[in-house]
Design a protein around this ligand. Structure first.
Ligand code: SIN
Length: 480
């Protein structure tokens, strides 16, 4: 049997065991539509059971020492690294992600576990000088409680570990709801978490197709203290409104519309390399993927020639093949979405330079459109596919105005060799994440998150654990 098959689990993991139901749903391989597995479809009762077990487990897990929690997290980290190849294969099979990117995601996702295993021991409070001579003021950080983590299909592993590791490190317990498109990676790492030794109820994974019922149950439960969600702005808004009755804390990592600005003094070859990496990572299906390429008029033609040449070298195909850079899109709807952006752009004066037509039901080639304008739909909406529109600008002011002309504020990138411009543009961009002369900047050591309609809260880095803690002020009086 191929090694990865030993990590295929088809039931939800809750209260330290595997829970199956008669009703199942199929997980499909987007490369060929074949059925990879039939997974037991969790229902509302399963979610409630997972919440109850997480609530019960919180009593003891929150009282465990940071050192104990750190040790179990590190064990989980090691098991994930040991099983990297199998996890990468499962991920590629269910998401279509090119296998090398899946390997990269296992490293990226595991790094959050390692980072927060270390941070667990550094969750310091404060001692504040007292306001009278007989008082002492202490600030402590305590785990927030049960966390509901709702995660997307585009990062089947890393979006789970980026939420779950800081939560577990802080002493919270967790109920994860992975996307129904990619539950197999989630269940595989649940198995590794079990092997790592998390006590029962601390970490639960609910696999089910009824996203709205599962989300609502998590949001409305008084036993859940916090929701962390990565996904669309529309669903983020629904979850926010469902969380009002329990005044739940929320971390939301939502949609983006990343500008990629190339100034006239930029190194064009470096910018082309960055644009390829930032645009075509997982075929453009990430929230921080480049959505609009803005190029200064003086270098517009040169950039386009070099960019189109680089795009023509990308290989489209089944993500399981080693040399493939662009795999299938996740589903038919994703293909139709890209097509509608292209139709709209063509009707408004855009020109296709390469790509532009689906290959079959699931594959769409990398596509470049020149003469993009702010009237075109991708100026306002997230593309989430392998389409790169190129806009023209003539001044820094115009570039900033175009870049900020969106409701979103997740990631932005720009290329320049001018130090003053670097500072000024970084400060002017209304985004939570800014890359200068780099198109790929996600890492466990830096805070990831957006502003405006891209959400709130930060993941990764020393800031990432704060979202899972409550601050308590303790005053000791009468010290005479
Ligand atoms: C996302 O697309 O949601 C996450 C991207 C990243 O972590 O780089």
């Amino acid at each position: 049997m191929e090694a990865y098959k030993q990590l295929i689990f088809t039931r939800s993991y809750l209260n330290g065991g595997w829970k199956g139901n008669e009703e199942t749903f199929d997980v499909l391989n987007p490369a060929d539509g074949s059925i990879l597995a039939s997974v037991s479809n969790a229902n509302k009762e399963d979610v409630e059971q997972a919440i109850n077990s997480a609530h019960l487990a919180f009593r003891t897990w929150s009282k465990s020492s940071a050192k104990e929690r750190s040790a179990i997290l590190l064990k989980w980290y090691s098991l994930i690294v040991e099983n990297k190849e199998s996890l990468a294969r499962i991920m590629t099979l269910e998401s279509g992600k090119p296998i090398n990117e899946s390997r990269g995601e296992v490293d990226y996702g595991a790094a959050f576990i390692q980072w927060f295993a270390e941070e667990a021991k550094r969750l310091y409070g404060d001692v504040i000088p007292g306001y009278t001579v007989d008082r002492r003021i202490i600030v402590i950080k305590q785990p927030i409680g049960v966390v509901g983590a709702i995660t997307p299909w585009n990062f089947p592993l890393a979006m789970i570990t980026r939420k779950v590791s800081p939560a577990l490190a802080a002493g919270c317990t967790v109920v994860v709801r992975p996307s129904e498109e990619t539950p197999l990676t989630a269940l595989a790492i649940a198995h590794l978490a079990e092997k790592a030794g998390f006590p029962k109820g601390v970490f639960n994974v609910i696999a089910g197709t009824d996203a709205s019922s599962i989300g609502k149950t998590l949001c409305e439960s008084p036993l859940v203290s916090k929701i962390s969600f990565t996904g669309s702005t529309r669903v983020g808004q629904i979850l926010s409104s469902q969380s009002v009755s329990t005044l739940k804390k929320l971390s939301l990592e939502l949609g983006g519309n990343a500008p990629f600005i190339v100034f006239e003094d930029a190194d064009i070859d470096t910018a082309v390399k960055g644009a390829i990496a930032g645009k075509f990572r997982f075929s453009g299906q990430t929230c921080v993927c480049v959505n609009r390429i803005l190029v200064h008029q003086r270098i517009y033609e040169e950039f386009i020639d070099k960019f189109v040449l680089a795009v023509s070298k990308l290989k489209l195909g089944n993500g399981m093949e080693e040399e493939v850079n662009i795999g299938p899109l996740i589903n038919k709807k994703a293909i139709e979405r890209v097509e509608s952006f292209i139709d709209d752009a063509l009707s408004k004066g855009g020109t296709i330079l390469t790509g532009g037509k689906r290959i079959d039901q699931q594959f769409f080639p990398p596509t470049v459109i020149r003469d993009a304008t702010k009237e075109m739909n991708f100026s306002k909406e997230e593309i989430f596919g392998p389409l790169a529109p190129i806009f023209k600008f003539s001044s820094d002011e115009e570039a900033i105005q175009l870049a900020n002309d969106t409701i979103y504020g997740l990631a932005a990138y720009f290329y320049t060799n001018d130090l003053t411009r670097s500072w000024k543009i970084s400060e002017a961009l209304e985004y939570g994440i800014v890359g200068i002369n780099e198109g790929l900047i996600s890492t466990e050591v830096a805070p990831f998150g957006g502003i405006k309609y891209s959400g709130s809260g930060r993941e990764g880095s020393k800031y990432g654990i704060e979202d899972y803690t409550e601050i308590k002020y303790v005053c000791i009086g009468n010290i005479k």
